[in-house]
Design a protein around this ligand. Sequence first.
Ligand SMILES: Nc1nc2c(c(=O)[nH]1)N[C@H]1C(S)=C(S)[C@@H](COP(=O)(O)OP(=O)(O)OC[C@H]3O[C@@H](n4cnc5c(=O)[nH]c(N)nc54)[C@H](O)[C@@H]3O)O[C@H]1N2
Ligand SMILES: Nc1nc2c(c(=O)[nH]1)N[C@H]1C(S)=C(S)[C@@H](COP(=O)(O)OP(=O)(O)OC[C@H]3O[C@@H](n4cnc5c(=O)[nH]c(N)nc54)[C@H](O)[C@@H]3O)O[C@H]1N2
Ligand SMILES: [Mo]
Length: 830
Amino acid sequence: MTNHWIDIRNSDVILIMGSNPASNHPIAFKWITAAMEKGAKVICVDPRFTQSAAKAHIYAPLRSGTDIAFLGGMIRYIIENKLYFEEYVRNYTNATFLVNPEFKLPGDNNGVFSGLTDGKYDKATWSYQTEGDGRIKKDPTMQDPNCVFQLMKKHYSRYTPEVVNKITGTPVDKLIEIYKIYGSTGTPDRAGNELYAMGWTQHTVGTQNIRTMCIIQLLLGNMGIPGGGVAAMRGESNVQGSTDHGLLFHIWPGYLNTPKASLATLAAYNEKETPTTKEPNSLNWQKNKPKYVASFLRAMYGTNASLDEAYNLLPKIDDGANYSWLNLFDVMYKGKFTGFFAWGMNPACSGAHSNKVRQALTRLDWMVNVNLYDNETGSFWRGPGMDPKKIRTEVFMLPCAASIEKEGSIINSGRWNQWRYKAIDPPGVALPDGDICSEIYFKVKELYEKEGGPNMEAITKLSWNYGTKTFDGHYHFDPHSVAKEINGFFLEDKTVENPTKKGEFKEFKKGDPVPTFAWLQDDGSTSSGCWVYCGSYTDKNMSARRDGKKDPTGIGLYPEWAWAWPVNRRIIYNGASVDPSGKPWSAKKAVIKWVGDKWVGDVPDGVGDPGSGRPPFIMKPDGVASLFGPGLADGPFPEHYEPLECPVEKNFLSPQKSNPTIKRFDKPGVGSDVDVYSGIDSCDPKYPFICATYRISEHWQTGLQTRWCPWLSEMQPEMWCEMSKELAKERGISNGDKVIVSSPRGEVECVAIVTPRFKPFNINGNILHEVGIPWHFGWITTKDRQYNPGDKKAEVFTWGDAANLLVPTIGDANTTIPESKAFMVNVVKK
Ligand SMILES: Nc1nc2c(c(=O)[nH]1)N[C@H]1C(S)=C(S)[C@@H](COP(=O)(O)OP(=O)(O)OC[C@H]3O[C@@H](n4cnc5c(=O)[nH]c(N)nc54)[C@H](O)[C@@H]3O)O[C@H]1N2
Ligand SMILES: Nc1nc2c(c(=O)[nH]1)N[C@H]1C(S)=C(S)[C@@H](COP(=O)(O)OP(=O)(O)OC[C@H]3O[C@@H](n4cnc5c(=O)[nH]c(N)nc54)[C@H](O)[C@@H]3O)O[C@H]1N2
Ligand SMILES: [Mo]
């Protein structure tokens, strides 16, 4: 989130689109309610009439996978009706930048941007015109036909309400009503916020869905202000923290890119990764990257290795390789892995095309399941369709402590790092994940030291000062020592110039914590496990702070409750909340204020002294936010494309039907050539209905933490398929009937729930049906004794298998997230 949960109460208009917080973020929904009590309008756009829709003032249906069309229409409306915040757009975005005249928009280029060959864009034309000295050419009047603003206007001029209606199925009057209300937040005194989660990400255009909203928020001047921003409501309790700390294959902690194999030295990496700019007033904060990289390398290897050696020891990604989820399971399916740690996950149910995932697990020599419970992954070998005698995989179960059975920190969607304490001991031999990890580390190290092996120093030289062997024979790790290492230390005595006050020096002693990331060094004299967390554990554990009363700004920042990254800033991009002379755009909604000689309020982001001319988006090399975003794989402006599996013959906007750059697994050379059913891109009449998977309050994820709870299983005991009354009638299905939902990947038995919450879509005169299925079920808790022989307790648990048996493995062009919110199925009565 750019802002934070409490801040939602400051919004005037809240758009819930791509999520269902009343069900999936029910506690946080109180801040939406608080905003409503102050007069805020709430809009909900979802293919189904959800619990959130029931609370909203306005609900509009849209066909799954068509959000860019819906929002593209909003951009058009905002521009046509001059609802945008012109001064903000001119000064704080790249609207004025002149683009290469060779650049072509999809409207002039058969539905694709210039530069496409073989499913990949050459971005040469997605560039800016420059002056002789390298500065970007600009037109402050935003009239030049090649300036970003005019290109954007032209691009979205195709998204008329009539065309949008043909694509989305949303009635034209609803579109206009929503565009008007949301567009009303383009004035300085009003703020609009958008709440999204998986309804937007799980698409082949997932990243571009969110980009479209960012463009709207920038046009309306909603970034950096209270009640504004784009709210990525995160899912798993600590998913924000794990992403910050390098969970994904392509990023090191703190969003530094994982090095590619071709960047053979630290110098080459820094040269490639450190952005430069010719813009005279831009701060270009990321020029400091080498300091964060050096400090990360020190956190990994301490002084056991030089910086260059540490860089060499860490794994690199082969150029062009992608190690994300779908690819990993594809490679495993092809039998190319020996072993696998399923650590805190249940891919046999959570992974798209679960049949493929389950088959992949049979091709391993060994698998370690680190979990609270046995699950469909650990027990895959005794699941449906499996013959244990024919499966060679050896499975180890390592029972582990649950969140309340261990101490540590957790980072919420608002970037707040909050310390938690252990409430009770874990049962039996279960250990905290950190202890298990430490135990494995020391054993592997011992083996390397005894037997040697390639690149052994990568392990043996690691700095692992997280605890020592104790009386019970385990390497108990101390979460405080990890938290301190994440913050970082000085590794030697050093006198450093104050990064914000020239000529002022500060002395540090070896072992002193680094106060903030501005003090990190590139010469190896500091460490920091994750630079954006530098400042989180200084003289005290900042994340353990619990002052819920102090609110000096009065806008609910509560700066002494826990600690927010970066530098305890609660609203990022707040430098854009003041005008170029330093005055808050709105006195009523001030986040920061200049008083005499300093800024007060939130920790200021990016602003220089008033009148300095420094553009506030300092994380962007040019200092301004991107309406034109050439960083993405599939285009600098979002364009509507149909989901790969789609119910319509054509894209009403262009001859290009689906996103040309998506990750496919059904073509030889780009993934599994054995698995032709990973995604179908024709309108196959055998699978006439759109399907989206979704969540409910009573179950959590693949259900492991809820399906074993009798009281929750009793509330939601069975796998179901939700459908409209009209579809049920067409198929002769009554509420409560057993139905089979099938796709080319598999089938799932469901109970039919016939409701008015789904309504058929009228798509350019064709009636199309969408159905919805939850993805919380799995066979291990099923009543069917076949899978729980002799287990009497199994009777009381749930029935049904995973929704993902149906989901295709097609990935978004930027993130490779599977398209689990828009694929095609058939539904028949059993
Ligand atoms: N009780 C409970 N809470 C949870 C979870 C849980 O399992 N149980 N999971 C957590 C996790 S990990 C996450 S990531 C979050 C996810 O939170 P959400 O994103 O809210 O979860 P979903 O229910 O998967 O999807 C939200 C909505 O998207 C709609 N939708 C489907 N297709 C489209 C589309 O094309 N466009 C639009 N606009 N909407 C569409 C669905 O109908 C659904 O109502 O929830 C978290 N909270
Ligand atoms: N069709 C479809 N598929 C989806 C989604 C969807 O909307 N539709 N949503 C996707 C999303 S957003 C997500 S986040 C993924 C989630 O995918 P997974 O992470 O694979 O699924 P979970 O059920 O959350 O698995 C978490 C596991 O961790 C265990 N666990 C809980 N606490 C601990 C702990 O402290 N330590 C350890 N070691 N284990 C613990 C639980 O028992 C559980 O088995 O699924 C994705 N899959
Ligand atoms: Mo999630």
